[in-house]
Design a protein around this ligand. Structure first.
Ligand SMILES: Nc1ncnc2c1ncn2[C@@H]1O[C@H](COP(=O)(O)OP(=O)(O)OP(=O)(O)O)[C@@H](O)[C@H]1O
Length: 258
């Protein structure tokens, strides 16, 4: 796996008459883990969709190592960018191992079978999300959190240079939230992920971008971005932010009646 540089340049997205995001710019250096945070409806998923080329920017562009993603041949795009999307309607009539093996498709010739190397990569991806024991289970009978881990494993098996994940910790119990985010962070690839949990974002991301009403309101290292003032402005909630004595990461405590 190698990492890639991502550059989102002044992207505006619309759906009908509605503007989803407005002139958003964002960069990720090779190997960085970048968190996209912001309230419901602020445009996080839409922006991610533009990065993995499901939405076409009205203006602006998305560059991966200097190449516009819209100009990349499909196969090359699939070898470069893998996406794990929210509540994907993936109802595969397949065993878990086969679902994860789908991640290898962009690396193979048409109709080529699985090589021992593919099997190793699939095995490592299952191990990385603690899903080895699920390998022979039918995918469509898994719980929400098990499915989410398998879909992350499929993206890992794709061995992309850029991983884009929309709420990857959705449905996961706390142990798997920590282990999946730890795994993502340690991967030698560039990671862009939308997260709601600000404490997890603070701990696992190198830098954060805060989306608010379709625009970026703040960006930088978590300790610079996550201030009580910003949280009040963007989320409309009172909060205290301290540096955790053990982790050294900013820790947000919300004050529901504050
Ligand atoms: N295809 C569409 N047509 C019309 N409006 C849309 C479309 N897609 C998204 N929107 C709207 O654009 C806004 C941004 O949506 P988006 O899903 O990007 O937000 P989000 O930050 O990911 O939200 P959440 O945290 O709830 O997942 C929302 O108000 C949403 O209703």
């Amino acid at each position: 796996m190698t990492a890639t540089e991502l550059s989102v340049e002044a992207v505006t997205l619309t759906a009908g008459a509605r503007q989803l995001v407005r002139e958003v710019s964002l960069t990720a250096r090779a190997g960085e883990t970048i968190g996209l945070v912001g309230p419901n409806g602020s445009g996080k998923s839409s922006l991610l969709r533009a990065v993995y080329r499901v939405l076409r920017p009205d203006t602006g562009r998305v560059l991966v190592d200097g190449d516009d993603v819209r100009a990349l041949p499909v196969r090359q795009l699939a070898r470069t960018v893998a996406a794990v999307v929210q509540d994907s309607a993936a109802d595969f009539d397949l065993a878990v191992r086969e679902v994860v093996a789908m991640g290898r498709t962009p690396h193979k010739r048409l109709l080529a079978g699985d090589t021992p190397e593919d099997a190793d990569i699939v095995g490592s991806a299952l191990l990385a999300v603690d899903a080895v024991q699920l390998a022979d289970r039918p995918f469509d009978r898994l719980s929400g959190g098990e499915r989410q881990r398998v879909l992350i494993a499929r993206a890992l098996a794709q061995q992309p240079a850029l991983l884009v994940l929309d709420e990857p910790t959705n449905h996961l119990d706390i142990r798997h939230q920590l282990s999946v985010l730890g795994t993502l962070r340690r991967l030698p690839v560039t990671v862009l992920l939308a997260l709601h949990d600000l404490n997890l974002a603070a701990y696992y991301c190198d830098r954060l971008y805060v989306l608010h009403a379709g625009g970026i309101t703040a960006s930088g290292p978590p300790a610079e971005v996550l201030t009580p003032r910003l949280l009040a402005e963007v989320y409309g909630v009172a909060a205290e932010v301290a540096v955790h004595p053990r982790t050294g990461a900013p820790q947000v405590t919300f004050l529901p009646d504050g």
